[in-house]
Design a protein around this ligand. Structure first.
Ligand SMILES: [Ca+2]
Ligand SMILES: [Ca+2]
Length: 316
């Protein structure tokens, strides 16, 4: 074999090896891309399944609450809507949901009613703050944040003077809170105070009444200066045996039957107590493959039982 021929063969072998190497690399890239596309497609399908099941769960909550309104006018924790469902197996996934009575919480927006301070709500909120060693002055800052005027209540200064002097300046909302998290923007509140208050408060479009069948121990204590911890525990024990079917029985049990000595306490507590709710929160978790989708929505139920969604937050 001549030197030239041998050299040509050598070049040919190298060329073949080079082509094979390119084919191998390209195939590996294609397979990887295919796997990636397949994983993406699976994720998209699971996300779609999760969303569809969550929407179904919301309609189911509508039905449950509507039926409940047709059955009775009292809302309590032993009712069907209040039961926590265990994770429910559905085709290729799991669904888990819970309805909570938002009127078992104090509506922060009730502090201001028709441009005036709602006294029983103000007294309640100040007691709640004191209960957690927070400055009762925070209640006044919140009133200023919500009320339509721009003057502070106590110093006669402008509300916005404080907010505009912050490193990132902003103005007060001068309207009802849209969400409890907005509280973190209000003078004197921070993430820590919001976390402390969260189990007791809600931000609802209207209403100052608290459902005494679902309010927790701390909130019952804040509802009246006549309710200490042991009294609140007694009231909860009583309602576990037999829910409150009207506010009057509860108020009588809490502060004693109405008399000349307890008239103010009795009337104030009566004003902020109810046994029927208009606002609920729905929490749904849908698990499909690696996708865990969560929906948190605020539901409003009208007097005729029609349910509508006020807010809807999806994660992710
Ligand atoms: Ca009911
Ligand atoms: Ca204001």
């Amino acid at each position: 074999m001549s030197y030239h021929k041998a050299r040509e063969q050598g070049v040919a072998v190298i060329m073949v090896m080079l082509v094979l190497a390119i084919v191998a690399v390209t195939t590996a890239a294609l397979v990887k891309r295919h796997q990636f596309n397949q994983a993406m497609a699976t994720q998209v399908i699971h996300l779609g399944q999760a969303k569809a099941h969550i929407q179904g769960a919301e309609l189911w909550a509508y039905q449950l609450l509507k039926q409940d309104k047709q059955d009775n006018n009292v809302d309590h924790m032993a009712e069907a809507w209040a039961q926590i469902t265990p994770p429910l197996p559905v085709a290729q996934g799991f669904l888990h949901g819970q309805i909570e009575d938002l009127q078992g919480k104090f509506n922060l927006n009730s502090l201001v009613a028709e441009n005036n301070i709602h006294q029983p709500s103000m007294a309640l909120f100040e007691r709640l703050l004191k209960q957690h060693n927070l400055d009762p002055q925070l209640a006044w800052h919140l009133v200023d944040w919500i009320d339509p005027n721009v003057e502070t209540h106590q110093q006669g200064t402008l509300e916005d003077a404080y907010y505009l002097a912050l490193p990132v300046p902003y103005r007060s909302a001068n309207q009802a809170l849209l969400d409890v998290s907005e509280l973190g923007l209000v003078r004197g509140f921070n993430a820590a105070t919001v976390a402390i208050l969260k189990p007791y408060v809600a931000a609802l479009p209207y209403g100052s009444e608290i459902n005494i069948n679902s309010a927790n121990e701390g909130l019952l204590m804040a509802m009246s200066s006549a309710i200490n911890r042991s009294k609140a525990q007694q009231l909860i024990t009583r309602r576990k045996l037999n829910y409150w079917s009207n506010s009057r029985d509860f108020v009588d049990a809490a502060v004693g039957p109405k008399s000349s000595s307890n008239q103010n306490q009795w009337t104030s507590l009566m004003q902020i107590s109810t046994v029927s709710s208009h606002f609920f929160s729905l929490n749904v978790n849908a698990l499909f493959g690696e996708i865990n989708t969560r929906l948190e929505s605020t539901l409003q139920r009208s007097d005729n039982g029609t349910v509508t969604t006020l807010t809807r937050i999806y994660t992710p």
